[in-house]
Write a protein that binds this ligand. Structure first.
Ligand code: DAH
Length: 339
C-alpha cells in the first residue's frame, strides 16, 4: 500500500495540463468519488492495524498534494487562456528597433552643418520649376545644350514647366526675395533624363551655395571651399581649382580634393592622379546678378554646387548609385554608426 501511495505521489508530481479542460479531467481521474484516491481510501480498510497510522498519514499527504497540484494546473491553464483572449497583436514589440538615417541625409546634414557654421542659412526651392529659374535667369542661352530634351524632364503640355536639373535654380529663387548680403546653402533633389546605371540615375541630389555681398572675391571662395574640404574629409586634405565653364559663373572652376584614400599618392580610385573632382564653382556672372535684380556694380558674389551622391561615395565608397534608392535594409543598416 505504501509503495502504491508513493507511486501515485510521483504520478501527481509529474502531471501536466495544457487547458482548463484537461485539468478538470485530471481532477475527475484523481479526486472524484470514483477517482484513484477514493479507491485507495477504500483499500485503507484492509491495512493491518499497526500500519494504519503511517498509511493514513501518507494518504492524507497524497490527497493534499493531488488537490494542490490539480488546482495549480487549473489556475495556470485558465490564466493562459485569458491571456490568449486579450493578446494585443497591435502592441509595439519591445525593444523598439530604431531605424537609421539615409546615407545621403547623413552627408547632406554634414555639408549643411559645415556651411551653417560659416554663416550660411538654409534655403530651398521647388523640384518642379519653370524654365526661367532653372535656365534663363542663370544665363543659359536659348540654344544651350543643357536645355535639350536629353537632359531635362519636361511636363507634357506645359513646355515651360520642368523638373529642375540642378539646384542653381534656388539661387534665382533666393535673389528674387532677398537683398544682399545673401549667404545661403541649398540642398535638394534634381532630375536628369539619363538611363539608370551604376554610375548615373534619373534623379540625384545637390547642394548649392551662394554668397553675394560687397567686395566678395575669388579668394573668399577658395578659403571657404578649403575649409569645407578639410572639415568634410580631414585636416590634411588639399584642394586644387581647375578653370572650367558654367553659364552662370565667370570665372568658373572645378575643384578637386587630394584623394583621401591614397593620401594623394595615386590609386585606382583617383585613377592614379592623386586628385578627385568634387564640385563646380565660380564668381556669379554679373549677367546673373542683373537678371535677378541685383546691381552688379555694387555687388559681387560666388557660387558653388556639388553632388551629394559624389561626396557620399567618396566618404563611404558606395560602388553603385542605385543602392541609394533601392531601400535595401542591409545597405541602410550599414550606416547605423554614422547616424
Ligand atoms: N549647377 C552645376 C551642375 O549642376 C553645378 C554648379 C557649378 C553650381 C558651378 C554652381 C557653380 O553654383 O558655381 O553641374
Amino acid at each position: 500500500m505504501l509503495q502504491k501511495i508513493e507511486q501515485i505521489m510521483q504520478e501527481i508530481a509529474d502531471l501536466k495540463a495544457t487547458s482548463a479542460e484537461e485539468a478538470e479531467n485530471l481532477r475527475i481521474k484523481y479526486l472524484s468519488k470514483k477517482g484513484v484516491l477514493n479507491a485507495l481510501m477504500a483499500d485503507f480498510r484492509n491495512v493491518a492495524a499497526d500500519q494504519k497510522k503511517e498509511v493514513g498519514m501518507k494518504l492524507n499527504e497524497l490527497k493534499q498534494a493531488a488537490t494542490n497540484k490539480i488546482n495549480e494546473l487549473k489556475d495556470a491553464a485558465q490564466s493562459q487562456e485569458q491571456a490568449g483572449d486579450d493578446l494585443d497583436l497591435t502592441r509595439t514589440p519591445y525593444p523598439i528597433r530604431l531605424g537609421t538615417r539615409h546615407p545621403l541625409t547623413i552627408v547632406k546634414n554634414e555639408i549643411v552643418d559645415i556651411f551653417s557654421r560659416l554663416g550660411f542659412v538654409l534655403a530651398e526651392g521647388p523640384e518642379v520649376e519653370d524654365d526661367w529659374h532653372v535656365y534663363s535667369s542663370m544665363n543659359f542661352a536659348d540654344d544651350h545644350p543643357a536645355r535639350d530634351m536629353q537632359d531635362t524632364f519636361f511636363v507634357e503640355s506645359h513646355p515651360d514647366i520642368i523638373l529642375r536639373s540642378h539646384t542653381s535654380s534656388v539661387q534665382a529663387r533666393v535673389m528674387e526675395t532677398q537683398k544682399p548680403p545673401i549667404r545661403v546653402i541649398c540642398p535638394g533633389r534634381v532630375y536628369r533624363n539619363e538611363a539608370i546605371s551604376a554610375r548615373a540615375h534619373c534623379f540625384f541630389h545637390q547642394v548649392e551655395g551662394l554668397y553675394i555681398d560687397k567686395n566678395v572675391s575669388f579668394t573668399d571662395l577658395k578659403q571657404v571651399l578649403l575649409l569645407f574640404a578639410q572639415e568634410m574629409f580631414g585636416p590634411d586634405t588639399q584642394i586644387r581649382l581647375r578653370p572650367s565653364y558654367f553659364p552662370f559663373t565667370e570665372p568658373s572652376a572645378e575643384m578637386d580634393i587630394s584623394c583621401h584614400l591614397c593620401g594623394g599618392k595615386g590609386c585606382s580610385f583617383c585613377k592614379h592622379t592623386g586628385w578627385v573632382e568634387i564640385l563646380g564653382c565660380g564668381m556669379v556672372d554679373p549677367a546673373v546678378l542683373e537678371a535677378n535684380g541685383i546691381d552688379s556694380k555694387e555687388y559681387t558674389g560666388y557660387a558653388f554646387g556639388m553632388g551629394i551622391e559624389r561626396i557620399t561615395n567618396l566618404k563611404y565608397q558606395v560602388k553603385d548609385l542605385r543602392m541609394f534608392s533601392e531601400n535595401d535594409k542591409r545597405f541602410l543598416d550599414e550606416f547605423t554608426a554614422a547616424n
